[in-house]
Design a binder for this molecule. Sequence first.
Ligand SMILES: Cc1cc2nc3c(=O)[nH]c(=O)nc-3n(C[C@H](O)[C@H](O)[C@H](O)COP(=O)(O)O)c2cc1C
Length: 296
Amino acid sequence: MDISTEFAGLKMDNPLMPAAGPLTGKPSLVKSVAEQGVGGIVTKTVSTEAADVPKPAIAKLGEGVLNCEKWAEEPPSQWIDDYYPRIKRDVDVPVIVSLGYNPDQIKELLPEIEPFADAFELSSHYLGRDPEPIREIASAASDLTDKPIFVKLSPHVPDLGEFASAAVDGGASGIVAINSVGPGLEIDLETLRSPLGSEDGYGWLSGPPIKPLALQAVNEIYNSVEVPVIGVGGIASAHDLLQFVAAGASATQMLSHAISEGKERYSEIIKNIPEELERLGTETLSELVGKYDNSR
Ligand SMILES: Cc1cc2nc3c(=O)[nH]c(=O)nc-3n(C[C@H](O)[C@H](O)[C@H](O)COP(=O)(O)O)c2cc1C
C-alpha cells in the first residue's frame, strides 16, 4: 500500500502534517510531533513582531476548540537565530515555514528564513475580504525564493475560488484550506463570561465541528485552480483524512484533535490509512485525490 504523496515538488511518506499552531511553536514540540512519523511539519506562524496573546488563549468546546491565539509570541530574531536552525537540524521531513502577513512583512522575513525552509505557507488570516493582498503576498514571496509557496486561506473570505485564483496569479504553488472559522463566542452561564481572555471574549473555532466547511472549501478550491490543495479543518481519523483526499487534497494537516487527544493521534491516524484505503479497494493514496463524485 502506497500512502506517499508528492505535490509542488515536495515528497512525503504520508499525507498528514501538524497544522501551524501551538504544537509546532517550539523546537522541542516540533521534534516530538516529528517523532510521531508525520509526513512534514508546518511551523507556528511568525511575523515581524512578537504577538501579544491574551490568556486563556485556548478553550475546549465539546470536540472543537475555540482559540484567540495570534502568531508566535517570540520576536522573529529568536526563531531565526535559534528555533529554525534547531528545527532544521532535528527534523528529517520537509519543513514548511508559516509566515504572516502583508507583503512588506513577507519581504522582511523570508530571505533570512529561506535557508531553514523547504517551503513556505503564507497565512492570509488578517488580510481582509479583498483578493488583491492575497495576490501581493504570493507575488512578494515567489519573487524571493524558488521554494514552493503555499497560501493558506481563511473561510471568512467572500469567494474561496476567486481568492485561490488570486494566490495562484501571484505565484502560489499550492493552496492550504482552511484556517479556523469565526469569530465565535462561548458563554459560561455561571460566570456570564467567555472562557477566552480576548478583549471581547471572541475566538476562532476549529476541530471536528468545522470539517464539513473545510471539505467543501477544499473541493471548491480544487475545482477552481490547477495547483495542489492541502486540506485542513476537523480531521480526527484516517477516514476523515481520506475524505479530504477525495475532495481534492494532495496532503492534509491536523491540529485541534491532537490538542484535545494528544500528539499520538498523528501516528495512530497514519497507521490506519492503509487499512482504510484497502477497505475502499484503492491501492495508492494518489488515486483517490479529487475522486469525489458530484454527479446527481
Ligand atoms: C490554538 C490554535 C492556534 C493556531 N495558530 C495558527 C497559526 O499560528 N497560524 C495559522 O495559519 N493557523 C493557526 N491555527 C489554525 C490551524 O492551523 C488550522 O488551520 C485550524 O485549526 C483547522 O484545523 P484543525 O481543525 O485540525 O485544528 C491555529 C489553530 C488553533 C486551534
